[in-house]
Every structure is written in C-alpha cells, then in structure tokens.
Design a protein around this ligand. Structure first.
Ligand SMILES: [Fe+2]
Ligand SMILES: [Fe+2]
Length: 214
C-alpha cells in the first residue's frame, strides 16, 4: 500500500471501508505457517469443544478488534512513518486472524455474529486515540497488547488439556503481542492516563463475555 499522505479524506474513508469489509467478511490470509500444524486434533467431548470454540471465538473477535484499532489509528495519524508502522502492525495481526478463523473451523464453530459492531467500536476508539498524537498512539498499542497478553495467558490455562492445536496458536500469538508492545515502547510510547487503561479493561471484559457465546 503506498503512503497515505497522497490520499484525500474521501480516499481515506474508502480505504477504511475496504479494510473493514476485508477484516469482518473477508478470508484472511496468513503469511506464516499455521502453528497448529503437526499437532494432533484433540478428542473433545461436546462441552470441551464448545468451551474451546468459545475461547477461540473471543480470540478471533480480539483480532478483528486489533485490525480495527490499528487501522483506526492509522486513518488519523499524520506522520507517514507512524501510518506505515500501524498498517504494518495490522498486517501482522492478519496472521492471528487467519489462524483463529482456521481453528474455529476445525472446532466446527463460527466467528462472533457481532464482529461488525466490535469492528466499528474499535475503529472509533483507535481513531480517538490516534488524534491525541503519536506518543499516546503508541501508548495505546502498549496497553492493548499487554492486556491481550494477559488474557491469552488465562486462555492457555483454561483450554481443554488435550487441545494442543489451539494452544499452539495462542502461544505464537502471545509471543507476537509481547513483541508488538515492546516495539511500541521502544518507539516512544507514553503511559496512558487514568482512567483509560481501566476503561479498556472494562470494554474488553464485556467483549469477552459476549463473544464467548454469540
Ligand atoms: Fe494479535
Ligand atoms: Fe498485536
């Protein structure tokens, strides 16, 4: 994708719509190999399968939100280097999205029906964070990735013991998210003021409770 500085506001809006449709309804394509490859499919009873699928649906929705947050931030960022950084990060999250999609299919289940809603909300939050300037933009990335890292730890503990394929996906995602946070910190992230981190935790808690089921 060429640098966004050459685009007008209507261009940016069209690009944002195209990104949204791709993230919510498209078939994401991973550039790296699926981490579950080589791990045997688990024999799960119906309750275990539903639980594993519920957790992977949360993670899938989380990745839809990650796309929206990064692209929302990129849509309003003024510095071309920041735009490029954010769009590159969104590209990396596409691997996670593709892997979660594949794992949900393997578990014979579907993504959250509310993903268009989560995408729209996350895009708006990303854009709001973005207009505060680059330091807060990066601070928002750090806070998001650290919260995702913590929740992936929780999922790694509560997945059915035999579900090695889901676990392999989440382990690679957790390493990536930690790196994303480190990169943003190194690039000059500012610490987000109270009550933003708490509000983010509250919002993601709501998303998790809903996406587990719907
Ligand atoms: Fe991710
Ligand atoms: Fe990430």
């Amino acid at each position: 994708m060429p640098a966004l500085r050459r685009y007008t506001l209507p261009d940016r809006l069209l690009i944002a719509c195209e990104d949204a449709l791709g993230a919510v309804f498209g078939r994401p394509h991973a550039e790296r190999e699926y981490p579950g490859t080589g791990h045997p499919e688990a024999t799960l009873d119906e309750a275990q399968r539903r639980h594993a699928a519920g957790l992977m649906r949360i993670n899938h929705t989380g990745e839809v939100c990650a796309q929206a947050l990064y692209l929302g931030q990129a849509a309003v960022a003024r510095d071309p280097a920041t735009v490029a950084h954010l769009r590159h990060a969104a590209q990396e999250e596409t691997d996670h999205l593709a892997w979660c999609t594949q794992r949900l299919e393997e578990l014979d289940d579907r993504p959250s029906l509310l993903n268009p809603l989560w995408y729209a909300g996350s895009f708006a939050i990303g854009a709001l964070a973005g207009i505060r300037g680059d330091g807060y933009n990066l601070g928002f990335v750090v806070e998001t990735e650290r919260q995702v890292e913590a929740h992936l730890d929780e999922h790694l503990e509560t997945l059915p013991p035999g579900d090695a394929r889901s676990r392999a996906v989440l382990r690679v995602m957790k390493d990536d998210e930690a790196r994303h946070a480190d990169d943003a910190e190194a690039a000059g992230a500012r610490r987000l003021p109270f009550p933003i981190p708490a509000a983010m935790r509250l919002t993601s808690g709501l998303m998790k409770a809903v996406a587990y089921r719907i």
